[in-house]
Design a protein around this ligand. Structure first.
Ligand SMILES: Nc1nc2c(ncn2[C@@H]2O[C@H](COP(=O)(O)OP(=O)(O)OP(=O)(O)O)[C@@H](O)[C@H]2O)c(=O)[nH]1
Ligand SMILES: [Mg+2]
Length: 307
């Protein structure tokens, strides 16, 4: 029987220490789209003092040279010496309960940097979630090949990889100049960081590790509903996510469901969980609700994982 389990614990709300590491130009730019969250620190990883690092307080600067070799090395390094690049990353992320790795796949720095960051997190036994974009179709063949290779390794190195195809960006942000569209993408792709940070406690780490086990890739859907019927509307919109178009949601192995509104109604959460169950009969479902000032709207955020 698939699991249906709630996340969070109102009685022992000990919040985890979160670090977000933005890798390469896109990853570092995206750090600016994440609002400040208590217990969270953002770190930029890049190869030069690039404009994307403007305003980023913690910076790890590493040369691209040799990064891919570290990313591809399959050595199990527990107990072994880290390379200097890994040591540098380890210094910045150690002590975290959870690490989010944010990147635009396709370039050398973000692709291999994110894999190395995931490796370091694994070596330090820190729970990791990578959130990554795939290049636009019109970008070069080479970029798409690098992104594909990177995504494949990242999905096996991080505990969980949430993948966003840039091509679908046109569906959620049509008619916007590219820099604005990238910022919309940044807000969307980092929204799970916000949801998790509102909900999970240190105790949930174990639960999430379990949830992500055997799940190679996740996709995101989000929807807002307004009265009346706001629950159904938000769920309907979330399941219509452009990132679900090329997957079969009914075959999902895992789903994490967040419901937020200005006032918490437990029955709304139950309704969303029930709807999620009927659409994903085989999935282990983890769900949680939280309060957020959003007028009369209700938001459903879905992370749906496949093996
Ligand atoms: N979300 C977002 N994506 C971007 C941005 N700039 C580029 N991208 C996408 O991310 C991919 C990687 O680009 P960069 O991050 O600039 O590349 P890099 O990892 O720094 O690698 P190099 O090309 O070696 O500098 C691109 O192919 C685009 O698909 C951005 O500002 N925001
Ligand atoms: Mg770059």
């Amino acid at each position: 029987m698939p699991v249906l389990k709630s996340l969070g614990d109102p009685y022992t709300p000990e919040r985890p220490i979160i670090k977000v590491i933005g890798c390469g130009g896109a990853g570092c730019n995206t750090l600016k789209d994440i609002p400040a969250i208590p217990n969270m620190e953002t770190i930029g990883l890049n190869d030069a003092r690039h404009p994307s690092l403007q305003g980023v307080k913690k910076v790890i600067q590493v040369k691209q040279e040799g990064l891919k070799a570290i990313a591809l090395s399959s050595k199990k390094v527990s107990g072994e010496l880290y390379t200097p690049k890994e040591k540098e990353i380890a210094k910045q992320i150690s002590g975290a309960d959870m690490v989010y790795i944010v990147t635009g796949l396709g370039g050398e720095m973000g692709t291999w940097g994110s894999v190395v960051a995931a490796k370091v997190a694994r070596k330090l036994s820190i729970l990791s979630m990578a959130l990554a974009t795939m290049p636009f179709h019109v970008e070069s063949e080479r970029r798409r090949a690098v992104a594909k290779e990177g995504a494949d390794i990242l999905s096996r190195t991080a505990d969980c990889l949430v993948l966003f195809s840039n091509d679908k960006l046109l569906k959620i942000a049509p008619d916007l100049p590219l820099t604005r569209a990238f910022s919309v993408m940044g807000q969307v792709m980092t929204s799970p960081i916000l949801s998790f940070s509102r909900v999970i406690t240190k105790g949930d780490k174990r639960v999430l590790r379990e949830a992500f086990e055997g799940c190679r890739e996740m996709r995101l859907g989000a929807g807002d509903g307004r009265p009346s019927d706001r629950v159904q509307k938000s769920v309907y919109e979330a399941f219509r996510s452009p990132w679900f178009e090329d997957v079969n949601v009914a075959k999902a192995k895992v789903a994490v469901v967040f419901v937020s509104s200005s006032e918490a109604f437990p029955e709304d959460l139950d309704e969303v969980a029930e709807e999620a169950r009927s659409r994903m009969p085989k999935a282990d479902i983890y769900y949680s609700g939280y309060k957020e000032e959003m007028g009369d709207r209700l938001r459903t955020v879905l992370l749906v994982g496949f093996g």
